[in-house]
Ligand binder design. Structure first.
Ligand code: FES
Length: 374
């Protein structure tokens, strides 16, 4: 029997079975119309040059595996919580989080790629081949001899019986790369957000009283706020005066001082949440959680820059434009004995977006003009 394309003799199956791997590889190449002018190990196995090449490949794979594991460790344990500019070295660590992830994960992929290239250039068999192009599907004999070519290449590379270091480092690199890819996908499942029961983070915000004491409203640098600090028509972003509150996503609040005698609609059940002309609303957009803060004092509207939702501060922070479906939650405020603003209690409705939407999103809300009952 002869090959339909090249007219060469195809040995019978028993003869192919008796061939060495290299003979199968050469036969397969010949059947593909490939003339192997040079073919064989790059270096004498075990020679100094061979060991030097092996060490180079191993180094890259080890580096790749190490960087992959470091990326996973940094993702889980690096102190990445937001820190303000007042937090000193903590702020530096926070600022380094993204670069560290980029360097370790990117380096892992880069080192793995260089290792594969080094493997191909320094360990794979040296081969000089000439081939004529042909079209169409491979014949059965071609497919059979392909196995011989692959295993012979692996044999000549030493990956079947020798080069334990390369195999181990390649496994480490593949494992490190796999861990680095898997950790960001699975990382969100590590922490149980319901572990504290009714006091779980999703149920309470840092505005809840601490040991029965009402929480003060402070600016980013920790300065408490008094009514006389804010001009009529102004807006100040405030945080709860508890440790690390700036790192809580549900903490930022906009404190508005409306102009005197501005007609304001109060949402049902929220009478007295304001203090005089001062109104406090969550800064977290009820669409997907961006910070809302572009304020137009003439119309009383605040704009979320992400998807242009607008909320009417003169009407209980009701959404009047854009994709947001719920009003911004209002924080009940008052003054403490020293005349500083405090939160009377926590929000009475969920802050921001998320799973709350299924329960709260379609709930109607009513309102009435301040001072009236309708
Ligand atoms: S997050 Fe505010 S409009 Fe989308």
């Amino acid at each position: 029997m002869s090959h339909p394309l090249h007219g060469m003799r195809i040995p019978p199956a028993e003869e192919v079975a008796r061939m060495t791997r290299e003979e199968k590889a050469r036969l397969g190449a010949a059947l593909d119309g490939v003339d192997l002018v040079e073919y064989g190990e790059r270096y004498v196995p075990g020679s100094p040059a061979d060991k030097r090449a092996e060490r180079q490949v191993v180094r890259w794979f080890l580096l790749s595996g190490l960087l992959g594991l470091l990326a996973a460790v940094a993702f889980i344990w690096w102190p990445q919580q937001y820190q303000t500019a007042y937090a000193g070295s903590k702020q530096v660590l926070y600022a380094l989080y993204t670069p560290i992830l980029g360097i370790t994960f990117g380096g892992c992929i880069l080192a793995f790629g260089i290792g594969v290239i080094a493997l191909a250039k320094k360990i794979a068999p040296h081969e000089l081949a000439i081939q004529e192009r042909h079209i169409g599907m491979s014949d059965e004999i071609d497919r059979q001899t392909l196995g011989g070519e692959i295993t012979d290449t692996g044999q000549k590379m030493g990956l079947i019986k020798r080069r334990g270091m390369i195999k181990a480092s390649l496994a480490l690199a593949g494992g490190g790369l796999g861990v680095a890819v898997a950790v960001p996908l699975l990382g969100g499942f590590i922490k149980n957000p319901w572990a504290a029961g009714p006091q779980s983070e999703l149920w309470v915000t840092p505005w809840a009283p601490v040991n029965g004491n009402k929480v003060r409203l402070v600016q980013l640098d920790g300065t408490p706020v008094r009514p006389e600090d804010i001009a009529a028509g102004a807006l100040v972003t405030v945080y709860p005066a508890v440790p690390d509150s700036v790192m809580a996503g549900d903490a930022p609040v906009m404190l508005f001082r409306l102009r005197p005698n501005t007609p304001v609609r109060i949402r049902d059940g929220q009478d007295g949440f304001e203090y005089g002309d001062f109104y406090a609303y969550s800064k977290i957009c009820t669409h997907v959680g961006c910070p809302v803060s572009l304020y137009e004092q003439q119309t009383g509207r605040v704009l979320c820059p992400c998807h242009q939702s607008q909320f009417d501060i003169f009407d209980g922070a009701r959404p009047v434009f854009g994709p947001a479906a719920r009003p911004l939650p209002q924080l009940p405020i008052g003054l403490d004995d020293e005349g500083y603003f405090v939160a009377e209690r926590d929000f009475i409705e969920p802050v921001g977006p998320g799973f709350w939407e299924s329960d709260q999103g379609s709930r109607p809300w009513g309102s009435h003009l301040k001072g009236s009952s309708t």
